[in-house]
Design a binder for this molecule. Sequence first.
Ligand code: AMP
Length: 114
Amino acid sequence: MEDCIFCKIVSGGISSQRVYEDSQVLVIRDINPQAPVHLLLMSKKHIASALDVSEADVPLIVRIMVVASQLARKEGLAERGFRLLTNVGREGGQSVPHLHFHLIGGRQMSWPPG
Ligand code: AMP
Protein backbone atom coordinates (compact mmCIF):
# COMPACT_ATOMS: atom_id res chain seq x y z
CA MET A 1 0.00 0.00 0.00
CA GLU A 2 1.36 3.36 -1.08
CA ASP A 3 1.09 5.31 2.16
CA CYS A 4 1.87 2.49 4.57
CA ILE A 5 5.13 2.89 6.49
CA PHE A 6 5.49 -0.87 7.06
CA CYS A 7 4.92 -1.59 3.34
CA LYS A 8 7.77 0.84 2.69
CA ILE A 9 9.93 -1.01 5.23
CA VAL A 10 9.07 -4.33 3.54
CA SER A 11 10.03 -2.94 0.10
CA GLY A 12 13.22 -1.38 1.46
CA GLY A 13 12.05 2.18 0.79
CA ILE A 14 12.51 2.94 4.49
CA SER A 15 15.55 1.45 6.22
CA SER A 16 15.17 -0.76 9.26
CA GLN A 17 17.16 -3.13 11.39
CA ARG A 18 16.18 -6.46 9.84
CA VAL A 19 16.36 -9.52 12.08
CA TYR A 20 14.62 -12.17 9.96
CA GLU A 21 12.92 -12.45 6.61
CA ASP A 22 11.17 -15.09 4.52
CA SER A 23 8.65 -14.96 1.68
CA GLN A 24 5.76 -14.04 4.02
CA VAL A 25 7.24 -12.45 7.12
CA LEU A 26 9.66 -9.63 7.96
CA VAL A 27 11.00 -9.06 11.47
CA ILE A 28 12.68 -5.79 12.47
CA ARG A 29 13.79 -4.16 15.70
CA ASP A 30 11.33 -1.54 16.96
CA ILE A 31 12.68 1.99 16.53
CA ASN A 32 11.37 2.91 20.00
CA PRO A 33 12.01 -0.21 22.09
CA GLN A 34 9.91 -0.71 25.21
CA ALA A 35 12.19 -3.41 26.64
CA PRO A 36 15.72 -4.77 26.05
CA VAL A 37 14.26 -6.94 23.26
CA HIS A 38 11.49 -5.41 21.15
CA LEU A 39 10.90 -7.00 17.75
CA LEU A 40 8.12 -6.35 15.26
CA LEU A 41 6.98 -9.36 13.26
CA MET A 42 5.05 -8.14 10.26
CA SER A 43 3.18 -9.68 7.40
CA LYS A 44 4.85 -8.76 4.10
CA LYS A 45 1.39 -8.58 2.55
CA HIS A 46 -0.59 -5.52 3.60
CA ILE A 47 -3.28 -6.52 6.10
CA ALA A 48 -4.59 -3.59 8.16
CA SER A 49 -4.95 -5.42 11.48
CA ALA A 50 -5.98 -8.68 13.14
CA LEU A 51 -9.56 -7.70 12.30
CA ASP A 52 -8.78 -8.16 8.62
CA VAL A 53 -7.23 -11.62 8.82
CA SER A 54 -9.11 -14.22 6.78
CA GLU A 55 -9.08 -18.02 6.45
CA ALA A 56 -6.62 -17.67 3.59
CA ASP A 57 -4.14 -16.09 6.02
CA VAL A 58 -3.94 -19.13 8.34
CA PRO A 59 -0.52 -20.27 6.98
CA LEU A 60 0.83 -16.72 7.37
CA ILE A 61 -0.35 -16.40 10.97
CA VAL A 62 1.06 -19.82 11.89
CA ARG A 63 4.32 -18.84 10.20
CA ILE A 64 4.49 -15.66 12.33
CA MET A 65 3.96 -17.73 15.51
CA VAL A 66 6.69 -20.20 14.53
CA VAL A 67 9.13 -17.39 13.73
CA ALA A 68 8.23 -15.68 17.02
CA SER A 69 9.09 -18.76 19.05
CA GLN A 70 12.35 -19.28 17.12
CA LEU A 71 13.40 -15.67 17.67
CA ALA A 72 12.36 -15.71 21.33
CA ARG A 73 14.76 -18.64 21.83
CA LYS A 74 17.48 -16.92 19.81
CA GLU A 75 17.14 -13.71 21.84
CA GLY A 76 17.42 -15.67 25.10
CA LEU A 77 13.81 -15.16 26.17
CA ALA A 78 12.48 -18.72 26.19
CA GLU A 79 13.37 -19.46 29.82
CA ARG A 80 12.52 -16.02 31.19
CA GLY A 81 9.28 -15.48 29.30
CA PHE A 82 8.18 -12.61 27.09
CA ARG A 83 5.12 -10.98 25.63
CA LEU A 84 3.75 -11.48 22.11
CA LEU A 85 0.88 -9.18 21.16
CA THR A 86 -0.87 -7.27 18.44
CA ASN A 87 -2.64 -3.96 19.02
CA VAL A 88 -5.90 -3.39 17.14
CA GLY A 89 -7.46 -0.02 16.38
CA ARG A 90 -7.60 3.23 18.32
CA GLU A 91 -8.40 1.97 21.80
CA GLY A 92 -6.11 -1.00 21.29
CA GLY A 93 -3.22 1.40 20.81
CA GLN A 94 -2.44 0.52 17.19
CA SER A 95 -0.43 3.34 15.58
CA VAL A 96 0.57 1.61 12.33
CA PRO A 97 -2.35 0.04 10.42
CA HIS A 98 -0.37 -2.90 8.99
CA LEU A 99 -0.59 -6.26 10.79
CA HIS A 100 2.34 -6.78 13.15
CA PHE A 101 3.09 -8.55 16.40
CA HIS A 102 5.29 -7.10 19.11
CA LEU A 103 7.72 -9.56 20.68
CA ILE A 104 8.83 -7.86 23.89
CA GLY A 105 11.10 -9.23 26.58
CA GLY A 106 14.15 -8.93 28.75
CA ARG A 107 12.38 -7.30 31.69
CA GLN A 108 9.50 -8.15 34.03
CA MET A 109 6.11 -7.36 32.45
CA SER A 110 3.15 -6.15 34.44
CA TRP A 111 -0.57 -6.87 34.13
CA PRO A 112 -3.03 -5.36 33.35
CA PRO A 113 -1.42 -3.51 30.44
CA GLY A 114 -1.80 0.27 30.30
P1 AMP B 1 1.58 -0.22 17.10
O1 AMP B 1 1.49 1.08 17.88
O2 AMP B 1 1.12 -1.42 17.87
O3 AMP B 1 0.90 -0.07 15.76
O4 AMP B 1 3.12 -0.47 16.85
C1 AMP B 1 3.84 0.25 15.90
C2 AMP B 1 5.29 0.17 16.31
O5 AMP B 1 6.08 0.50 15.19
C3 AMP B 1 5.69 1.12 17.44
O6 AMP B 1 6.20 0.37 18.53
C4 AMP B 1 6.76 2.00 16.79
O7 AMP B 1 7.81 2.31 17.68
C5 AMP B 1 7.23 1.14 15.64
N1 AMP B 1 7.78 1.85 14.50
C6 AMP B 1 7.24 2.92 13.85
N2 AMP B 1 8.02 3.29 12.82
C7 AMP B 1 9.08 2.44 12.82
C8 AMP B 1 10.24 2.30 12.00
N3 AMP B 1 10.47 3.12 10.96
N4 AMP B 1 11.12 1.32 12.28
C9 AMP B 1 10.90 0.49 13.33
N5 AMP B 1 9.81 0.56 14.14
C10 AMP B 1 8.92 1.52 13.89
